[in-house]
Design a protein. Structure first.
Length: 85
């Protein structure tokens, strides 16, 4: 049989949600400017926050000449939805 390669990976996420001037988000038909959220933040109702997450380690086994991912190795996942914890 052809040689096999195991590929393991884990994703890490960190982001600070703060209300910077000049930024905005569009949700459907509504656009919310960060300046508006900054006013709410100063009023104490829209605090800044951190988003932190780590996925489970996933391992794939691939035979040379095949496209990865070929086989998920049992016990290496699944990751939480969206890779978040």
């Amino acid at each position: 049989s052809p040689p096999e390669i195991d590929v393991s990976y884990q994703s890490h996420l960190w982001d600070r949600y703060n209300w910077d001037a000049g930024k905005a988000v569009t949700l459907g038909p509504i656009t919310i400017e960060d300046e508006t959220l900054a006013k709410l933040h100063r009023a104490g109702v829209a605090p800044e926050y951190d988003v932190v997450g780590t996925s489970d380690t996933r391992t794939y086994r691939c035979a040379l000449g095949e496209s990865c991912p070929a086989t998920v190795i049992p016990g290496s996942g699944p990751s939480p939805p969206g890779g978040r914890r």
